[in-house]
Design a binder for this molecule. Structure first.
Ligand SMILES: NC(=O)c1ccc[n+]([C@@H]2O[C@H](COP(=O)([O-])OP(=O)(O)OC[C@H]3O[C@@H](n4cnc5c(N)ncnc54)[C@H](O)[C@@H]3O)[C@@H](O)[C@H]2O)c1
Length: 216
């Protein structure tokens, strides 16, 4: 498995190896299309063709509409939307040639249950869901699956740093069927399913993995 991140990828890969898995870390800024292409070529040279891609890099800054100016929007779309396009464009030629591939885009349960102060963020995740649906139609004839996982509020390092107080958590727990905070490990099964042959006939879908907060 290749773990790619702007920082800390090797630490994540080492943790996977320590748990018995196979992983290598790669440094890449997904907002830089040339760097993404270089990284994909590097991964292919070291590990072989890329059969599965999980577009996870993203940010969720809170901002009222007064602060959601063009510069803010551009920064966020470059990471949450352009980044996914760059990574997909880097892997699709090989996937098409090999007639196999699994692409998993990470959106958010906030698209279905939007909180305030996140209009730009929710817009980026709507873009990811829309792009997924069209791309699944485009790539289906090459047997490439394109799906979305939509996590609920999850206790990640980014959330620990964000100004999401106990009040936000209380609202989320009240809305979820399961009355505990979602953990990163809760997302693993759905991502593995979407990357495995078990999901070969599943494409263009958005799967909520949010403890039953959203229903659709
Ligand atoms: N945590 C949540 O509650 C939650 C809920 C729904 C969706 N999501 C989505 O899940 C994804 C991961 O979120 P998280 O909570 O783990 O965030 P996080 O901040 O903990 O981790 C984000 C990761 O992305 C990396 N990253 C940031 N900018 C990058 C760039 N330009 N190039 C490459 N890597 C970059 C960071 O280094 C970090 O490792 C995001 O797309 C987020 O929108 C998170």
């Amino acid at each position: 498995m290749a773990v790619s991140d702007i920082a800390g990828a090797e630490d994540a890969a080492a943790a996977i190896r320590a748990a018995g898995g196979k992983a290598a870390g790669f440094v890449c800024d997904v907002t830089d299309e040339a760097a993404v292409l270089r990284c994909a070529a590097d991964i292919k040279a070291r590990l072989g063709p890329i059969d599965g891609l999980v577009n996870n890099a993203g940010a969720y800054p809170l901002a009222p509409i007064e602060q959601t100016d063009a510069a803010f929007l551009e920064r966020l779309f470059r990471l949450n939307v352009f980044g996914s396009f760059h990574c997909i464009r880097a892997v699709v030629p090989d996937m098409k040639a090999r007639r196999r591939g699994k692409i998993v885009n990470v959106a958010s349960a906030t698209f279905h249950a939007p909180p305030p102060m996140l209009s730009a963020y929710v817009a980026t995740k709507g873009a990811v869901i829309g792009m997924t649906r069209s791309l699944a139609r485009e790539l289906g004839e090459y047997d490439i699956n394109v799906n979305v996982i939509a996590p609920g509020l999850t206790e990640t390092p980014g959330v620990a740093e964000a100004p999401f107080g106990d009040e936000m958590w209380a609202g989320v727990l009240a809305a979820q069927c399961f009355k505990r905070r979602e953990q990163p490990a809760d997302l693993v099964g759905t991502v593995v399913f979407l990357c495995s042959p078990a999901s070969d006939f599943v494409t263009a879908q958005t799967i909520n993995c949010d403890g039953g907060m959203g229903v659709h």
